[in-house]
Design a binder for this molecule. Structure first.
Ligand code: GLV
Length: 330
């Protein structure tokens, strides 16, 4: 039997490349392909499986022409892929769940602390030579202990964030189902029973000192946080987004931050990455990270391993361990 052929759209860290090379003929592109290049590659008849990352737009148009039998996404989120269209075309989609939960929750906590304690402004002050010694009113921030953290969603990453926030003495609320997220029953709370409280989405918005987003991007969660929601948040509240940029209306967020309708924002993701909404970068009351929720050496290695194993399974005609649409071939 001839060896399967796998296209990797962007270089990935080990062990993926070694695993792939042992099982298949592999082509690794040097840099992310443009959309037309990706369409042509996926339709070329050359590859059995394509290993993609979040910048690769695998939409219905591409899938309609694609000759690959599987798409293995190097990410847990797969909003870059039209999964319904893939399923319709009999194309399997894989992802990398579980391995990046703690790392992403760390970044959510870092953004909570970083916005509360003004870390970017403070760091800049030191570097720019404007630190002239301890002062009673220098760079005063907000406490996190005793403040309320509201979690939108209560999946893996939200729970890991809750665990950290409880350790910092925060009161933790969650809304089990902003539109599009699923209901969480009290019986499912496990270790969090009696420690976190479930509220309605509107309550969460109105009572959070920090509102942290942990929902997947779907048509239901797009602009979940819009001008109306921002207007109902406390003026002292801080918005944290480690989920997906389009969950927030970023232009409305800039307006809310500029007018003082909310106090700050900590963002790891943006509506039109890598572009930022006009004036966002000028705002001192923000901490802005370049989508590094999962960016630790060990987590990226695990994502590499899972995405390679998914790709190899699909190339061999087997349903991968982490299939998003496991019935795609039935
Ligand atoms: C990163 O954002 C991921 O979905 O893995």
């Amino acid at each position: 039997m001839s060896r399967p052929r796998i296209l990797v759209t962007t270089p990935i860290p080990e062990p993926g490349p070694s695993l792939l090379a042992a099982a298949a003929d592999v082509t690794v592109l040097e840099a992310s392909p443009s959309y037309p290049e990706l369409v042509a590659l996926c339709a070329s008849g050359t590859y059995d499986v394509v290993l993609t990352q979040l910048r690769d737009r695998i939409d219905a148009g591409l899938l309609a022409q694609a000759t690959v039998r599987g798409v293995s996404n190097f990410a847990v989120g797969y909003n870059n892929i039209d999964v319904a269209a893939a399923t319709e075309r009999g194309i399997m989609v894989g992802n990398t769940p579980g391995v990046l939960t703690d790392a992403t929750a760390d970044i959510a906590m870092l953004l909570i602390l970083g916005t509360a304690r003004r870390v970017v402004e403070a760091d800049r002050m030191v570097r720019e030579g404007r630190f002239h010694g301890w002062e009673p009113e220098l760079m005063l921030g907000t406490d996190v202990s005793g403040r309320t953290l509201g979690l939108a969603g209560f999946g893996r990453i939200a729970r890991a964030t809750a665990k950290r926030a409880l350790g910092f003495g925060m009161d933790v609320l969650f809304a089990p189902r902003p539109p599009g997220d699923r209901m969480v029953e009290d019986s499912e709370l496990g270790e969090f029973a009696g420690k976190v409280r479930k509220v309605e989405w509107d309550d969460l918005v109105a009572s959070s000192d920090f509102l942290s987003l942990h929902v997947p991007l779907t048509e239901d969660t797009r602009h979940l946080v819009d001008a109306g929601v921002l207007a109902r948040m406390k003026p002292s509240a801080i918005l944290v987004n480690t989920a997906r940029g389009p969950v927030v209306d970023e232009v409305a967020l800039v307006d809310a931050l500029r007018s003082g309708r909310i106090a700050g924002a900590g963002l790891d993701v943006y509506e039109e990455e890598p572009r930022l909404a006009p004036r966002l970068a000028e705002l001192p009351n923000t901490v802005l990270l370049p989508h590094i929720g999962s960016a630790t050496v060990s987590v990226r290695a695990e994502m590499s391993r899972l995405s390679a194993l998914n790709a190899i399974a699909m190339a061999r005609g087997r349903v991968p361990d982490h299939a998003v649409n496991p019935t795609a071939w039935s």
